[in-house]
Every structure is written in C-alpha cells, then in structure tokens.
Design a protein around this ligand. Sequence first.
Ligand SMILES: [Zn+2]
Length: 197
Amino acid sequence: MKNIFVRICFIMVFVYALGSCTQAQQKAKKNNQENNTQAKKENTMDENKWIIKDKTLDNSKIDSTSKVVKTEEEWKKQLTSEQFYILRKKGTEYAFTGKFYKHKEKGMYVCAGCGNELFTSEQKYDSGCGWPSFYDAVAAGKIKTSLDTSHGMVRTEIMCARCDGHLGHVFEDGPNPTGLRYCVNSLSIDFKKKEEK
Ligand SMILES: [Zn+2]
C-alpha cells in the first residue's frame, strides 16, 4: 500500500515538473516571438517619418542613368585606405582633423569618389561641430539620403547620388535659409578652386 502511495506521489511530481517545463518553454517561445516582432518593427521603421527632407534631398530627383558603379577592388585601387573606409564603409573621420574643416577658399566641393559637384564654398559655414558643414547642396538629385539607425541613433545619412559614396549626415540645426547642416567628412570630398578672372 505504502509503495503505491509513493509511486502515485512520484508520478504526480513528475507530471507537475513536466507541466512546468512545457509552460516555461511556451513562455520562452512567446518572449522570443515578441522580441522578433519588436526587431521587425525596428527594421521596418518608416523612413518617411524619420528622414530629413528638403527640396535638394529628394531621392526621386536622382539621375540614375549617370550612376558610377565599381567593385570593391576597383574602389580600393582608386581611393586611399582612409577614403575607402569613409566613402565605401560609411566610416567617420575624427572631429576637427579634416583638411576642409577650416577651409575658406572659393570654389566647388566635389565627391572624392566620382567628382560629382556637391557643395559650393558659398554654402559652407562654420558650425563648430568639427566637420566641414554646409547649409545646402548644389542642386537636387546630387545627394542621396538614407535612414541610419546605427550606434543607437536615428540619423539621416547623406551619400553622393552618383557613386553612393558615404558623405556624412544631415541635421536640422543649420542656419537659414534651409535650417539644415550637411555634416561632411573632409575625406569624402575634393575641392576645385574657382578660376580668378
Ligand atoms: Zn560620388
């Protein structure tokens, strides 16, 4: 009799333990599903809501017929390793170190990857942020934007529309008339001095 009682107890404990295990598994599964849904939500964050827009930052104005497309190897040959890191790997140069940060000559700033004209010296201003800053771009369709959620921030990345080279980011704390600050790596651009007449 005692034996049977012990057996029943044992079976009950076993069934209870099994039940708890299944419950725990289900809970873990549910948590996992919730996490996945959350991750999905973050990945599909609505670009239209977050991205900074302006008349010169209209991706629909980009001329896709003049695209410059090169392989990683070709870019490596053409660019210095620092330029490659910034332009092709979306790197950022150290603040206050770039050769164009304090640059004040008159002329045109072009993409260091493909020569696309991006900013004029008239559009450059001293933002004090440590990188060359412009309040506007030369024209619509010159610069491509993309939502950048890396490093725990939500930013609008700016790229050369012709070669997709990473330039920097655009922020909404610039001066009039646009209120924008195009914050650009010196290594992403070259300078063409204006010819004196
Ligand atoms: Zn370019």
